[in-house]
Design a protein around this ligand. Structure first.
Ligand code: HEC
Ligand code: HEC
Length: 267
């Protein structure tokens, strides 16, 4: 035990001048941000996210640089890497590399869902929200119907950023399919909905962003996925929603802002 510890110390000292990494800063950044997905101990929170504990420093740095400059493409991780400085990259890589690797079946308990969401199911959306958009998803044979509440609609009509109280909501349906399993397109050009599967939502209110680290924060927006029973879906990771919508800071973190604005102005 003692011997191993001494050996690690010697290695850390030997490596430090070359790397010039600040392990304490790396630890702080990892625990504040990266832990939401990679785990505070570097053991990731889901099967789609890689473990980073015990990975080689040089590999971690090279991948973060590639994700930052876009030579390695990933929408979520790319949006995060784009915000890291060269120092952040060196420090976080050094910290992850210093952690012991995964034991069989280890899972990080910390921050799997980042923070609690403030978004509640909008029980009266059918009567009070406006449907403003539809998108076909051929790969998954789904069709989504998008809704906005009056606060979001009014701001879009006025050409203003969506303020606190704004709520955007989507119903996710499976598409009706023909004998060849091809989605059936209706007269409006959209897949005909078959079964309602789940709902996704984003909304904002005062203070909702305060517990979210800057690297992920979307101003005051929070995100949620709801089941058909209108309950929060267990295991949905708000960090993924925040990371992917984060680059859209100029358009209220909203991908469908043009469609929303067009419908709002036409009313
Ligand atoms: C919202 C979830 C999320 C957060 C937060 C996040 N990551 Fe990632 N990260 C991912 C996913 C997903 C991948 C896998 C990307 C792929 O499949 O190409 C990944 C991949 C990586 C890789 C490449 C690993 C490999 O084996 O090639 C590195 C390095 C990395 N992340 C570092 C970080 C650091 C450092 C932070 C914090 C500053 C961070 N990540 C925060 C989701 C996240
Ligand atoms: C890989 C990137 C990505 C991730 C991760 C992501 N989104 Fe989105 N989101 C999009 C895109 C692109 C759109 C535009 C329309 C569409 O594809 O549904 C969108 C649209 C939306 C909309 C409609 C308002 C708008 O921005 O146009 C809501 C609500 C939404 N997402 C919620 C969520 C929630 C909740 C999560 C996390 C569980 C999430 N999103 C994760 C990319 C992402």
């Amino acid at each position: 035990m003692m011997k191993k510890h001494l050996a690690l110390c010697a290695m850390a000292i030997a490596l430090q001048p070359a790397l010039a990494a600040d392990l304490a800063a790396g630890k702080a950044k990892v625990e504040a941000v990266c832990a939401a997905c990679h785990g505070a101990n570097g053991i990731s929170v889901s099967d789609a996210i890689p473990n980073l504990a015990g990975q080689k420093v040089a590999y971690l740095e090279s991948q973060l640089k590639a994700l930052k400059d876009g030579t390695r493409k990933h929408q979520v991780m790319g949006a995060i890497a784009a915000q890291l400085s060269a120092d952040d990259i060196a420090n976080a890589a050094a910290w992850f590399a210093s952690l012991p690797g995964a034991a069989a079946a280890s899972k990080s308990a910390l921050l799997p869902h980042l923070v609690k969401t403030g978004v509640a199911f909008p029980a009266d959306y059918k009567s009070s929200f406006t449907r403003y958009h539809t998108i076909n998803f051929p790969a998954t044979r789904q069709v989504r119907h998008y809704y906005a509440n009056p606060v979001a609609l009014q701001a879009a009509r006025d050409g203003k950023p969506l303020p606190n109280g704004a709520y955007l909501f989507a119903e996710v349906h499976s598409a009706k399919v023909d004998a060849d399993k091809k989605p059936i397109v209706g007269g409006d050009g959209f897949f005909q909905p078959d079964q309602l599967l789940f709902y996704t939502a984003m909304a904002r209110d005062a203070g909702w962003g305060s517990a979210i680290p800057d690297l992920l924060r979307n101003d005051e927006w929070n995100y949620a996925v709801f089941t058909l029973a209108r309950e929060l879906r267990a295991g949905a990771n708000q960090a993924e929603c925040l990371a992917c919508h984060k680059p859209l800071d100029k358009t209220s973190y909203t991908f469908t802002i043009n469609e929303l604005t067009a419908v709002a102005k036409a009313r």
